[in-house]
Design a protein around this ligand. Structure first.
Ligand code: ADP
Ligand code: MG
Length: 315
């Protein structure tokens, strides 16, 4: 199968499904064209996934298709942006329909779910590598930066943390239990918090998506904002299945493990008061931004989590 037949068969359908009116021209020409209406800022980001580094060798192509787009789109969610279109640079060892079909189907489901249309790409031969650039838009000046947190702001997280990191232990499980399956689906099918990010654009003071672990990613906010934070580890939301399976270690995973793609957001308390109930109930308040640098933890003590030492232990 030649490059163009491959694109036509597997990827062209993803150009039309998402119905994005900003995408004037999709795949097939020398470039794609996006028209950004007045009043909107273009927000874009690129992510590369290398087999054996960012996902296991022999990882299910169907899961990979979803996951690759979801983790890229999660960066748009963290900026408060609405997805528009993406490009796909695909490096493949061979043109194997047994891999391409399920990969493109997983990718198509994600593209539809997130309302982001395929705009173009590049196809080359080599070790399996997937690069996705995502484009989105946000009202002028309302994007959420990492650098806006101020002392007194509430620190919030969406959803639950730790499950995807715990699932790494079960990827090779041939007959996973229902609880293990619940964790595995958090790893295979991350759900970028697009709606929440958009609802908080222009209102939250800072945001980041939790890809590397809460402490590490909150650390990026603290560094960019020149602040510290106090966190109550007892308030970190966790899935019941995580607590059941991991016991004492569940909290360490919730603080230190990555791959959840939830949002960590800071919000001034007076703005938090004005949030709609439907938005506030998506958020757990886990701490507060402080003017003194460093991260202080209170509540149940974590035992041995990565990244913890960077911030120093509380006195
Ligand atoms: P060029 O040599 O001008 O870069 P290519 O041969 O790389 O053109 O690509 C031809 C067209 O096919 C372009 O419009 C490009 O966006 C599209 N394309 C190539 N690979 C992919 C892919 N994996 N997914 C979607 N579109 C692709
Ligand atoms: Mg090219």
């Amino acid at each position: 199968m030649g490059e163009f037949e491959l694109i036509r068969t597997y990827f062209q359908p993803l150009a039309d499904g998402a119905g994005q009116d900003q995408l004037l021209l999709g795949p097939g020409d020398d470039c794609a064209i996006q028209r950004v209406p007045p009043g909107l800022d273009l927000v874009f980001s690129v992510d590369t996934l290398v087999e054996g580094v960012h996902f296991p060798s022999d990882y299910s192509p169907d899961h990979l298709g979803w996951r690759a787009l979801a983790v890229a789109v999660s960066d748009l969610a963290a900026m408060g942006a609405s997805p528009v279109c993406f490009t796909l640079a695909l490096t493949l060892p061979d043109a194997n329909p047994g891999w391409l079909k399920p990969f493109s189907e997983g990718l198509a489901r994600a593209s539809k779910a997130f309302g982001i249309a395929l705009a173009g790409g590049d196809t080359t031969r080599g070790s399996l590598t997937i690069t996705i650039q995502v484009h989105g838009t946000v009202d002028n000046g309302r994007a959420l930066y990492r650098s806006g947190a101020k002392p007194g702001d509430l620190i919030c997280v969406s959803g639950t943390l730790g499950a995807a990191g715990a699932a790494l232990h079960y990827l090779a499980e041939t007959d996973p239990s229902p609880a293990q399956l619940a964790l595995l689906s958090r790893y295979h099918f991350p759900q970028p918090r697009l709606e929440l990010g958009q609802q908080l654009a222009g209102r939250a003071s800072s945001a980041i998506d939790v890809s590397d672990g809460l402490l590490a990613d909150l650390g990026h906010i603290l560094e960019a904002s020149g602040t510290g934070a106090r966190i109550d580890t007892g308030r970190i939301p966790m899935m019941a299945e995580l607590v059941t399976l991991k016991g004492e270690n569940a909290r360490d995973l919730a603080l230190g493990a990555g791959d959840d793609y939830e949002l960590c957001i800071t919000i001034p308390p007076e703005i938090f008061e004005t949030l709609e109930h439907s938005v506030a109930r998506e958020l757990a308040v886990i701490g507060v931004i402080t003017s003194e640098p460093g991260l202080q933890l209170s509540g149940p003590a974590p035992s041995g989590i990565q990244g913890y030492e960077h911030f120093g232990r509380p006195a």
